[in-house]
Each structure stands twice: as C-alpha cells, then as structure tokens.
Design a protein around this ligand. Sequence first.
Ligand SMILES: CC(C)(COP(=O)(O)OP(=O)(O)OC[C@H]1O[C@@H](n2cnc3c(N)ncnc32)[C@H](O)[C@@H]1OP(=O)(O)O)[C@@H](O)C(=O)NCCC(=O)NCCS
Length: 274
Amino acid sequence: MSDLPEQIGELWQRRGELSPADTDARRIVVEVVDLLDRGEARVAETAATGEVVVHEWLKEAILLLFTLSEMRTTELGPFEYVDKIPLKTGYERAGVRVVPGASARWGSFLDRGVILMPSYVNIGARVGASTMVDTWATVGSCAQIGERVHLSGGVGIGGVLEPPNAAPVIVEDDALVGSRCMVTQGARVGAGAVLGEGTILNPAIPVVDAETGEELSRGVVPPWCVAVSAARRRELPGGEFYLPCVLVLKRLNEGERHDKAKLNDVLRTHGVSA
Ligand SMILES: CC(C)(COP(=O)(O)OP(=O)(O)OC[C@H]1O[C@@H](n2cnc3c(N)ncnc32)[C@H](O)[C@@H]1OP(=O)(O)O)[C@@H](O)C(=O)NCCC(=O)NCCS
C-alpha cells in the first residue's frame, strides 16, 4: 500500500486524459477501493485533538473510479440496473445482516454486527460495528458512522465527495439520529448524542444551548446530549423569518442512554424498523 497514495496522486494530476480503456490506472484504483471495501483504509477519521483528518487521496481514488469505469447493466428478476459501481458482497462472512431492499455499494465498509434495513450505503462510507441503518435511511458517500449508532427511518446522511479535501459527515459512536433527520455537508454528531426527529444539521446551522442561550457551534452537536430542531427569529429586509437551529435540550452523563434511546435495543433485538 506504501506507494498507492503517490500513484493515485499521479493519476489525479492527469485525470482529464483517463478513460475506462486505461486498464493499468483502473487496476491501481480498484486496489485502493478494495482497501476501503475491506475497512483497511478510511476516508476520514477524528484525531485525538478532535480535528477531522481527511485522506484526500482516497477520495480522489473514488472519483477516479467513476472516470475509469464503464456503465454496466445488471438484471435481477424484473429489475434492471445500469451503473458503474458494483454492489458489496460477502455479507454473511462479514457478519452483516442485510434485509431485502437494502443495498450498499462496493467500496463502502460495514463492520461486524451492522444491520441494514431497506436502506442505502454509498461508496467510501464506513459504518461501525453493531450500527443499525433503519428503513429508507441513506448513508452518503464517504460518511463516517460510528459503532452502535442508530440511524432511524428515513435519515439522510449527506455524501461529501468533492472537493477531495472536504470533510465528510461524521456520526460518532452510540449516537441516535431520529427519524427523517438530514445531516449533511460535513456536519458532526458527537458520541452518545440523541438528535430529535426531523433535525436539519449542516455547517451553517447554529447549535444553541437551551440553558444558557449560547451558540455552541455551527453544524456540530456535542457528545452526550439530547438536541432537537428549533427556530430562531431573524429580521431581514423582507420581514421577520424563522430560520432553523438545533437546540441542546439536556446533557447526558457519558455512557448514559437517554430513555427513549433504549428503544434502539428493542428494535435491534427484534430486527424491526421504526
Ligand atoms: C428528541 C427526543 C429524545 C426528546 O425526548 P425527551 O427528552 O423525552 O423530550 P420531551 O419529549 O419531553 O420534549 C422536550 C421538549 O422538546 C420538544 N421536542 C421533542 N421532540 C422534538 C423534536 N423532534 N423536534 C423538536 N422539538 C421536539 C418537545 O415539544 C418539548 O418541548 P416543551 O418542553 O416546550 O414541551 C425524542 O423526541 C426522541 O426520542 N426522538 C427520537 C425518536 C426517534 O426518531 N425514534 C426513531 C427510532 S425508534
């Protein structure tokens, strides 16, 4: 793997000239995407300082894969698909449960104990051990989802592929993301946080402490708290408007599960969706 970053860097420099006919280039890119698929490389990680480190060359490899791949038709019963990227395989060996209707693209990594209800996981995404991806949830390209997370029904985790240095969405271990939340553009949900249904979180959305009124961040929900969608009043030339914000309602002790989060365990045990 040692010189792969260099080789990808070189291919990236001349990406305008590449095509699916460049089999040597494709071989290198496939080798890199295989590393992502097996979980031996990851697009981004959180450093000890809390900073998100993005491994740009891995994202470049994913983007190159699209340039270097032909469209192919797949037929499955009455269904027909036309795409450049195959689906993941080998779930039983990987200890992953995949309910019919779920699909994950090759180049995403699903760790042991992951449950995919009918949902979608895109290339470059990483889903940690024992995480539940509930019905109609989507995990966008390169998103990094921790262990024991619950992505509830209809959650949209945005994909961040371009530019290669852009940080993907990160949801840390033990978080519960409520139904139909939209977490996009490199937003972050801290460990053990509970995000109420329908919350929109992106790097422009203020996260406010309900007790102090302090704006804690933009687009980052702190660890071990319960946060819900709220609105803040803004006076603009056109009148008075209410723009979304995220309100941190309460703080949890580290390791404490919010009562409603216990539902998570019930759902997991019975393999049903909410
Ligand atoms: C966010 C959540 C944890 C809050 O629960 P809670 O701590 O018991 O809080 P409460 O229900 O007492 O509500 C507290 C306040 O937040 C408000 N609130 C609750 N959920 C909200 C939401 N999703 N969006 C906005 N406000 C919300 C309540 O109206 C209440 O306001 P009030 O104090 O003015 O009456 C809860 O709504 C929840 O569990 N959501 C996730 C559920 C889910 O999606 N499950 C799917 C997987 S099973």
